[in-house]
Write a protein that binds this ligand. Structure first.
Ligand code: UT7
Length: 318
């Protein structure tokens, strides 16, 4: 099957910034506790008149613009989210409409929480593999998690933020792309459904922490065993941004140096399915990801789910 490569990226976050001190006004916590235990200092929250689809559409439009492609060239729209506005129309349906893709273009959401973007890359590869006329897919990770936070629970409400990241991928025979994905049914993280909020995000933090530090290095080892590569074949590793201590633990175990591991938790918090593409676009914008850069995306989260995907950023073709 053809592989895929990234030719454009975009991102979007709500304007409203919430600091640790702001949260300390609401729950019994402190800036010192949150920043020391998680690495988070600020996060962005949607306001009453904003939805996940607004962020998804903005990030997708930016990705398509930087890719320099026309809507008629898009063969699929795949959105990873657990906090879409409604189950149907899906967030991807809304993004496809806003982009103006042709009517016979598949668009749908993927529910794999913080691993969602990695899953979506793998699915997008298959969706456009036989598309010679429209070999491009828009892949978005978006969350409006603040909508589902319990602001009486200090162990969860301090962790999450809202945002979106998007990429345009192109299907090509020679594009080096691979992925390993996994899942098990485990309620360690509970996420409510649809916009009619009936319950909140719940989490056994310590249990998830232990799972994360075990699974992150293992996914990478499984991925490298599958592709026959080493970490030297990758310029940047983008971990799901959940907790700086988890990222540091995984990096140490794998012998990764800081120049290969990006973190933006301090200003976005944990944005679940959006965290990897949000970081990716930020890295492109700051020149840390350049043309030809090999990127390893590594996610874990609710489900429980996990996955790693290796892909090349080539930038726009013209
Ligand atoms: O993307 C989804 C995946 N989710 C994750 O990756 C989350 C993984 N887990 C974590 O990141 C960490 O477990 C947390 C950040 C959630 C918690 O950190 P921890 O170091 O594991 O703390 P803890 O749960 O062991 O709690 C230690 C203490 C407790 O007090 P006692 O029982 O020792 O008196 C908590 O009640 O810290 C207390 N605590 C807080 N204190 C101040 C918990 N949350 C807070 C808070 N402010 N916000």
């Amino acid at each position: 099957m053809n592989g895929i490569k990234i030719i454009g990226s975009g991102s979007a976050v709500p304007d409203h910034v919430v600091t640790n001190d702001d949260l300390a006004q609401i729950v019994d916590t402190s800036d010192a506790w949150i920043s020391e235990r998680t690495g988070i200092r600020t996060r962005h929250f949607i306001q009453a008149d904003e939805n996940a689809s607004d962020l998804a559409i903005l990030s997708a439009k930016r990705a398509v613009e930087t890719a320099g492609i026309a809507p008629e060239q898009i063969g699929a729209v795949v959105v990873a989210t657990i906090t879409g506005d409604t189950t149907s129309p899906s967030t991807a349906n809304r993004v496809a409409l806003a982009l103006g893709v042709e009517p016979n273009t598949p668009s749908f959401d993927i529910s794999a929480a913080c691993s969602g973007f990695v899953y979506a890359l793998k699915v997008a590869q298959g969706m456009i593999a036989d598309e010679s006329r429209r070999p491009y897919a828009v892949v978005v990770g978006v969350e409006a998690l603040s909508r589902d936070l319990d602001f009486t629970d200090r162990s969860t409400c301090i962790l999450f933020g809202d945002g979106a990241g998007a990429v345009v991928v192109k299907s090509e025979p020679d594009a080096a792309f691979d992925a390993v994905l996994g899942a098990e049914s485990d309620p360690a993280i509970g996420v409510p459904g649809d916009i009619n909020k009936t319950e909140f995000i719940t989490m056994d933090g310590r249990r998830v922490f232990r799972f994360a530090v075990r699974i992150m290095p293992k996914i990478i080892q499984d991925y490298l065993a599958k592709t026959g590569e080493t970490l030297d074949d990758y310029d940047q590793v983008i971990f799901h941004q959940a907790n700086t201590r988890i990222i540091e633990h995984a990096s140490k175990k794998l012998g990764l140096t800081p120049d290969k591991v990006y973190e933006n938790l301090d200003h976005y918090g944990n944005t679940s399915g959006a965290s990897i593409p949000l970081a990716l676009d930020e890295m492109v914008q700051m020149g840390r990801i350049k043309k030809g850069c090999r990127i390893l995306c590594v996610g874990f989260g609710a489900g429980l789910t996990w996955g790693a995907a290796g892909i090349t950023y080539t930038g726009p073709e013209h």
